[in-house]
Design a protein around this ligand. Structure first.
Ligand SMILES: NC(=O)c1cnc(OC2CCCC2)nc1N
Length: 326
């Protein structure tokens, strides 16, 4: 390629990448695929190396902390991460139960799990090795925060079996870590986090993983992107299997046969929640048997076979710093 032609191509690539990077990082609205972006970026790097006379300090390839490096790579969830419908009182739960019983004639049970108040994450393992950790994002596109999630001690880097696996869970900041962090930030004249969920979100947004390590996050896993062939027949057996694989699974759960039993579990934890070493904002009730879950299916955005009972809100905490994960 002649120098004049290279100069032309370099300028064209710089302009295009600048536009794409702005849309991706500043407008949070990617206008191109990651593959196209990477392809153009690497063509520019090669041309600048081949024609150093056209190198320029303000080229996008020279920005270390610039918008290109800023922020996290996006990842697509092969299986969308769903959200949950909410229930706010016993009547809502009775209605939920009646809907389920209209949709299936099969016998089934419920699993009640504490609703950990953190950030939903998805972990991918290949041959038993942790290869990717991502945020939920909008349920389809999340952010690749693998390096940060490697600093979370309860997330295994290697499983006892060389299997391919994807698990979902909640990354959270224990109450004790939260108090310590805010005391330190206050002493340094920094803004404090309003609650552990915001502190966890703010921590996972850090580009420097060493900061994540200091902040002692943890994670409970609660979902297995399971294959019909994996022989697991229910949520409870999946939770037990995930525990055997080394994931931290929340022990405060129970299998219920009726909504009455669900309600008494809810009342128990309405009281006990203050004594827990982490924050919960409700109880998640799921149909236990996968065959019945599959029969009942999903609405556009949430499973029909699960609901989140939300505890009544505490007195409003003044939101000193509210980091919303986009
Ligand atoms: N915050 C939690 O602790 C929690 C959230 N979600 C779920 O399950 C949802 C996920 C997709 C269908 C049901 N379980 C949980 N324990």
């Amino acid at each position: 390629m002649q120098p004049e032609e290279a100069k032309q191509r370099i300028e064209e690539l710089r302009a295009t990448l600048q536009t794409w990077a702005k849309a991706y990082y500043e407008d949070d609205n990617p206008i191109t695929t990651d593959a196209d972006y990477d392809k153009a970026y690497h063509e520019l790097v090669e041309l600048e190396e081949a024609f150093p006379e056209f190198q320029s300090a303000d080229s996008i390839t020279q920005k270390v902390g610039g918008e290109v490096a800023e922020g996290f790579e996006k990842v697509r969830h092969d299986t969308p991460m769903l959200s949950l419908s909410n229930a706010f009182n016993k009547e809502d739960l009775v209605a939920f139960d009646q809907r389920i019983r209209r949709l299936t004639s099969a016998d089934f049970s419920y699993v009640c799990e504490l609703k950990i108040d953190g950030l939903a994450i998805a972990l991918k393992y290949e041959n038993g090795q942790l290869v990717q950790g991502a945020t939920r994002g909008d349920g389809t596109i999340g952010e690749n925060i693998t390096n940060n999630l490697r600093q979370v001690t309860s997330i295994p880097h290697q499983l006892p079996e060389a299997i391919d696996l994807e698990v979902r869970g909640e990354c959270y900041m224990p109450k004790e870590s939260f108090v310590k962090l805010n005391d330190m930030r206050e002493a340094e004249g920094q803004t404090v986090f309003a609650n552990p969920r915001n502190a966890a979100a703010g921590t996972l947004r850090q580009l420097d993983s060493r900061v994540v390590k200091q902040r002692q996050l943890s994670a409970f896993m609660y979902g297995l992107v399971h294959q019909p062939t994996d022989g697991l027949s229910s949520q409870e057996t999946a939770l037990e299997q995930m525990s055997d694989w080394g994931f931290q699974i929340n022990p405060d759960r129970t299998v219920c046969q009726t909504i009455e039993e669900v309600w008494s579990f809810i009342e128990t934890y309405q009281e006990k929640r203050m004594a827990l070493p982490y924050e919960i904002d409700g109880i998640v009730i799921k149909v236990n048997e996968f065959s019945v879950q599959n029969e009942i299916g999903f609405t556009v955005k949430a499973p029909r076979w699960a609901i989140a009972y939300k505890f009544p809100a505490e007195e409003a905490l003044t939101e000193i710093l509210d980091i919303e994960w986009t």
